[in-house]
Write a protein that binds this ligand. Sequence first.
Ligand SMILES: Nc1ncnc2c1ncn2[C@@H]1O[C@H](COP(=O)(O)OP(=O)(O)O)[C@@H](O)[C@H]1O
Ligand SMILES: [Mg+2]
Length: 263
Amino acid sequence: MARKIVLTSGKGGVGKTTICANLGIQLAKLGFRVVLLDVDIGLNNLDVVMNIEDRIVFDITDVIMGRCRPKQALVQDKNISSLYVMPSFSAYNKTNILGEHIKNVIDQLDSSFDYILIDCPAGVEAGFHRAVFPANEAIIVVTPHLSSIRDADKVIGLLNDYDISYKGLVVNRVRGDLLLNGQMMAVENIVRALNLPLLGVIPEDDAIGESNSLGERVQSIESARAFTLLSENIHNGSKKIFDCTYKYRGLVGYLKRNLKKHV
Ligand SMILES: Nc1ncnc2c1ncn2[C@@H]1O[C@H](COP(=O)(O)OP(=O)(O)O)[C@@H](O)[C@H]1O
Ligand SMILES: [Mg+2]
């Protein structure tokens, strides 16, 4: 049976899709069979982040409408053979799709995979319900900003109405230089405010932003390491968190972070 994990946040643009993709890549590299399911129907972009748009024949709406079997809508990753994406469709009238429909698709994939990662849309309405309903674990993605944390708090409350047995937190886009200069909210404070176990911290990484706009998969050594630790924490329950401040410590680090402020 697969672990079915939804990536959710309330707020848009905090990194759900990015983390869904990179976590999936790392789990597949560990040897697990992974499906990334795009349930952001209408504003889907998991296909772009995973660089599979030119190979899509069927999508999740085709499966739901009975036009193909679930496995026909899976696109295998070019580099990692145990990694698949089930894309969604941008032009479909999504109001017809219910959480039960998504669950039905997932049930048919359940025995063939170890992980089903569900990419949830922003908001807390029908799209949120559709993505959360079939999951049994949730990763709440936040950035160190008040609006993101407030939305995450709302989402965590709403998740109590679902059959979610485990909830954990990923703090994304953390800047070590700002942390050490006291200009960014400390991760400990975010964890305390939201009162969930911390699964991972992902640094701000220009390469992620650039690779998304180019349709490539590039990341810095730092964020690659952070995603590796996140996948290990999720898989084996370890609690290793990436330290975003390490290269800004000591004399050279001090100069780096203060130089950065002035460029
Ligand atoms: N750690 C990061 N560092 C730099 N840019 C990031 C990071 N995480 C996400 N982004 C960028 O932020 C934007 C929104 O990310 P995305 O994953 O699409 O968010 P969501 O799915 O929550 O709407 C994208 O352009 C992505 O490249
Ligand atoms: Mg997204």
